[in-house]
Design a protein around this ligand. Structure first.
Ligand SMILES: [Zn+2]
Length: 307
């Protein structure tokens, strides 16, 4: 029996008048069925006064609430599996073109993407870069190997590693998660980074497509595995990311929790049994998009809860 948490990175976004949000536009028949059969909530993943971001939101969802900004560079280093030796320190640096940045030989540079890198420098080194993230606090060891975090390489997995979770780095998220569920892992966390990445590219359609794909390829197979093996499934976002601006958003996020045991006696949207969760295409034609949904607008009147 596994408690599974799927984190759709940056999935929510600010609601602007009648304009549908990405979660409202996406074709998410499984998520919609979970919302119908489960509990929809509104979660504060960004503590008051902290900047919204995965380093904060995922930490809160994993059970550690930081009281100051988290050290992004420490997360990136842990994500790469790097140990920072005594006398050296890591900096996360963002730049429009990292190829154009020049560092002296004593700086160890690890590219993280087209616009970001990790620089490891002698302690106290005057790193001259406008794009260097400020230092922050390092996550404490609050988890153990009863929590497994599945995701693509990156800072989210670095955070999980620093918190003490077992980390599975993979691009085949659902396959890895289903193996863990079948093996009875107590807590399985799956990090889906694609909605946030699309929103940072300011590509609203790509964000919608990423959410639709996550529903089909990740949430569907996991819901089917929970149905077979028992447990609970929660889906939420770590923070919002606005695809119009590419900026993170600190507003509370929508969440859904589904427990097949608890919902077994409840009426389902189209009188079918829960195994239909394994066939999202069929559910899509069943018109399950009316009523309760895991969207920003739907949760807007709910009380704000801690995760
Ligand atoms: Zn982001």
């Amino acid at each position: 029996m596994s408690d599974v948490l799927v984190i759709l990175d940056g999935a929510s976004e600010p609601v602007v008048e009648d304009e549908p949000t990405s979660l409202e536009r996406a074709d998410t028949p499984v998520l919609d069925a979970l919302a119908q059969a489960g509990t929809v909530r509104r979660l504060q993943t960004t503590p008051n006064g902290l900047p919204p971001g995965s380093e904060t939101g995922i930490a809160v969802l994993l059970g550690w609430t930081p009281d100051a900004p988290v050290d992004r560079a420490a997360l990136e280093a842990a994500g790469l599996g790097l140990q920072i030796e005594p006398g050296r320190e890591a900096w996360r640096v963002d730049a429009a073109d990292i190829e154009a940045l020049r560092f002296p030989p004593e700086v160890e540079v690890h590219p993280l993407g087209p616009h970001k890198l990790l620089a490891i420098v002698p302690a106290g080194y005057p790193l001259r870069s406008d794009g260097a993230w400020p230092r922050g606090i390092t996550p404490p060891h609050t988890l153990d190997d009863t929590t497994v975090v599945v995701g693509a390489p990156g800072a989210a997995l670095g955070l999980a590693r620093l918190l003490g979770a077992r980390v599975l780095t993979t691009d085949t998220l659902a396959t890895a998660a289903v193996v863990e569920i079948a093996a009875g892992a107590p807590r399985v966390v799956v990090h889906v980074d694609t909605p946030d990445e699309a929103a940072h590219r300011r590509d609203p359609d790509a964000k919608v497509a990423a959410l639709s794909r996550a529903d089909d390829e990740v949430i569907g197979p996991i819901a089917a595995a929970i149905h077979t093996h028992g447990g609970t499934l929660t889906v939420t976002a770590d923070h919002g990311t606005d695809p119009r601006t590419g900026a993170h958003d600190a507003a509370p996020v929508p969440a859904v929790t589904w427990d097949p045991e608890a919902s077994a006696g409840e009426e389902l949207p189209d009188d079918e049994d829960l195994p239909v969760l394994a066939t999202p295409k069929r559910r899509a034609t069943a018109g399950a998009t009316t009523g309760r949904r895991m969207t920003e607008r739907w949760v807007a009147t709910l009380p704000i809860e801690a995760p």
